[in-house]
Design a protein around this ligand. Sequence first.
Ligand code: 3H9
Length: 694
Amino acid sequence: MTAITQSVDLERRGRVAVLTVNNPPVNALSQHVRQGLRDGVNQATADATVGAIVITCAGRTFVAGADITEFGKPPKEPGLHEVLDRIEGAPKPVVAAVHGTALGGGLEVALACHYRVGVKTARFGLPEVRLGLLPGAGGTQRLPRVVGVEKALQMIVSGDPIGADEALTHGLIDAIVDGDLTGAGVAFAEKVLDDNRPLKKIRDVEDKIAQARGKPEVFASFRKSVARQTRGFRAPESCIKAVEAAVALPFDAGLTRERELFLELLASPESRAQRYFFFAERDAAKIPDVPPDTPAKEIKKAAVLGAGTMGGGIAMNFANASIPVTVIEVSREPLERGLGVVRKNYEATASKGRLTAADVERRMGLIHGAMDLGAIADADIVVEAVFEDMPIKKDVFAKLDKICKADAVLATNTSTLDVDVIASVTRRPESVIGMHFFSPANVMRLLEVVRGAKTSKTTIATAMAVGRRIAKVPVLVGVCDGFVGNRMLHARGSQAEKLILEGAPPHQVDKVLYDFGFPMGPFAMGDLAGLDVGWRIRKGKGLTSPVADRLCELGRFGQKTGAGYYHYVGNDRTPIPDPEVEKIILEVAKAQSIARRAISDAEILERLLYPMVNEGAKILDEKLAIRASDIDVIWVYGYGWPVYRGGPMFWADSIGLKVIRDRMREFQRQHGDAWQPAARLARLADAGKGFLDP
Ligand code: 3H9
């Protein structure tokens, strides 16, 4: 074996040269990998005793893409295009032998090879769109030539990978192999040589793209089909344009067009935000004082207390991850109702073709209902999702303390109550933690894991690990009112209320946030969630919100009653501005002597988002979030903050903290000290720094 570079080895197996990439953790195409592949292919090509070349990878995966950490830095030779030209242009057959995930630049390497084989579990995809990019090393030109235009559009614009079976069906790979992958790759290369098979260069394949030539309707209908889910993103349209170029232009001209579009995206603020977010999401898993080797408990059995909307959704998460879960309710009727809703949810998914009937039964089979707490004595983790009321929670935790096994994790799904007070009724506060799911709990990815004053490291490690296992994005936060997400949401919500009284109608406020990229604004959101929920909580705490309270007194609870901040016609969920509401707003404004005026969209955005940023700064000062990027992860996964704007803290940095601080001071003069810039915001602004600066 010869080392070509630090990460690429060349080994001979008879007349086949094997190039093995070994660049942990995911074999990204760092400079030394590119150089190793180029020089390795050159060396094997120059050696007259070599008949064919196999490219394969060590470790857990085939190449998972370009090295994202190199983006935005001065390019280093050789570029990926040069490497791929060398592979495709080699005068000897080159075979890619794939395991794990061949993603992005990794799949582009495989597509430049003359043949591809993969193990049964291998996956193939071009996920660049998720980084705000497009496949920039020929992926948009080669993939449609192999799998056809429609399949290529779907793969490139969604970024979703396909499995080996599907890859074989679409001709993306030539064979599924088993046993030792390198051996299988070599055997395949031997066969190519024995059969004297041609060098298949995808760049020369025309038949599949020819089928789409002169058919603009193929692209028009694809654009229409993805319009809703790609709203606001820049990359999807560029991906489509690049595939159009594959159809319309000769291969090399198509590559040039792809390159132009790629460079445009690489320089775009959207891609910068999405690449930042890729690492932000991964950083959220890192807890400085709970290192990765902290022992986590193995979770074999779970329990959920409460079969309401939240409890049922949480139970589904466990069942989806094949973890048996017992759901406890006080009596038969709510238990059966809750489990019935769970079944309905699964059946709805099955009716869309996303689960089989057998999957539905298997998952339902993992969920057991019970009314006796004794049924959860052997659970490894218990998630409490009962009524949001401190005396009830205390009672429940005192009982859990008596019943649950000594090393069980006792989690509360509270969104408003103090985890430390809940923990204090047990003799094991170190095992108590918050696991704050977001509604609908079976869908929303965010999980705020709330660390109490006495929560142990093992409990934290276990909650974070189980969170990942049930496909959530867990983010560790500290105890405070509303934790991180809702605390910032309240800062935004109270401004929204003020804005409608000062003269901006609810639909204007909502539209500003919708245009910013949120799925909806606060008033449409309130109508969807039900205004009665907040009304009940306010009444319990002796708080008021004049407009919302008036709406509720009139029975306007939102969509479910056909009226809230908007009115709704029949089953249509389109919010229609309502003169009745305008009247109420005017009355409240008059009663409070608020002068009304027209408010610009720009001011609305500042009034809504700057207080969030300020609250985020306070949260960091109070050490309730580990890092600014964790706050961004919470807002993207829990509240629909558009990922192409990074998150509130990233966004604030992109505006400039000095700009925000100065504008807040202006608002402070107009509206009072609630607008006082937080200490961290003021300090960073003075220093000309951002939240994310080291
Ligand atoms: C591209 O290819 C452009 C080309 O078209 C053309 C260019 C001209 N680079 O996710 P994990 C790190 S764009 C650098 O926790 P998993 C990651 O940060 C690229 N680093 O593991 C983490 O570091 P740490 C297209 C990368 O098993 C560690 O590896 N490709 C890269 O859950 C482990 O990652 C993609 O977008 C990278 N490309 O999932 C694929 N990838 O330990 C992106 C990962 O310090 N990657 N890291 O936190 C993934 O989707 C997942 O990482 C993968 C493994 C599925 C591969």
